[in-house]
Design a protein around this ligand. Sequence first.
Ligand SMILES: NC(=O)c1ccc[n+]([C@@H]2O[C@H](COP(=O)([O-])OP(=O)(O)OC[C@H]3O[C@@H](n4cnc5c(N)ncnc54)[C@H](O)[C@@H]3O)[C@@H](O)[C@H]2O)c1
Length: 276
Amino acid sequence: MKDVMILTGAGQIGMAIARRMGFGKKIVVGDKSLKNAETIAKIMNEAGFDVTPVEMDLSSRESIKNLISEALKYGEISMLVNAAGVSPSQAPVESILKVDLYGTAVLLEEVGKVIKEGGVGVTISSQSGHRMPALTAEQDELLATTPAEELLSLEMLQPENIRDTLHAYQMAKRCNEKRVMAEAVKWGERGARLNDIAPGIIVTPLALDEFNGPRGDFYKNMFAKCPAGRPGTADEVANVAELLMSPAGAFITGSTVLIDGGATASYYYGPLKPQE
Ligand SMILES: NC(=O)c1ccc[n+]([C@@H]2O[C@H](COP(=O)([O-])OP(=O)(O)OC[C@H]3O[C@@H](n4cnc5c(N)ncnc54)[C@H](O)[C@@H]3O)[C@@H](O)[C@H]2O)c1
């Protein structure tokens, strides 16, 4: 038996983190697109990793539980990397909330029930959640602690209160951060840690959909005017994951690390600040 890493989302960010941290482990990769999972499994297996692809849907508790049962066949789960998601240009409001907000909450809860002592997890939110004004303390607490099955019934998430897909995505990503804080407390009871990474624009198929979508100019302007002056790479996100998931990060749990080339800083106090 080997320790197992569960990877959800066979995209560029997920693969970069799995390649960095998945050596010596069994990696079970779940994706709604079995083809994406198989593609990554092939690339990684040909590079010395031990990867099994599984079809799974992050928006379904049953599917998440099935993925966990598959993983447990190989050994104890010591790592979780959640990099599955849909972006504002890829899906309607309802799917964004179901996948990015509800699905992430369920996954963190279900893996938290079985994570091995000393285990670590990361989930990927987004800088996008940092551009929305602060919610009230009460709203934050509701996002953090409402039982997952009741999350999508919260008043703030009803269609009349969600302006568009970008707003849905921002609410989902804000919820991810709050959820990680609340779940980190439970993971801690098992001697495990859980953190969140909020990336800025990272060149992946998801981001390329955004560059070519209705907000393309907005995104290109964003990386041109951020302090780094460029979009990031998935391997740079893996640098952060490596810190969070290794012993050097032993005192970090319940945190969100923003890695966005300074785009958020510029949004508040620089050239990316929205004009009144
Ligand atoms: N690329 C960026 O610029 C960027 C920036 C901030 C945050 N993110 C976040 O990073 C995460 C990974 O994005 P990426 O850029 O690597 O994208 P990607 O498109 O390369 O990969 C995302 C993967 O998630 C899978 N997926 C979609 N819906 C699913 C579902 N319901 N169940 C299971 N799998 C599903 C897709 O099939 C795809 O393989 C997402 O949560 C995204 O919101 C990306």
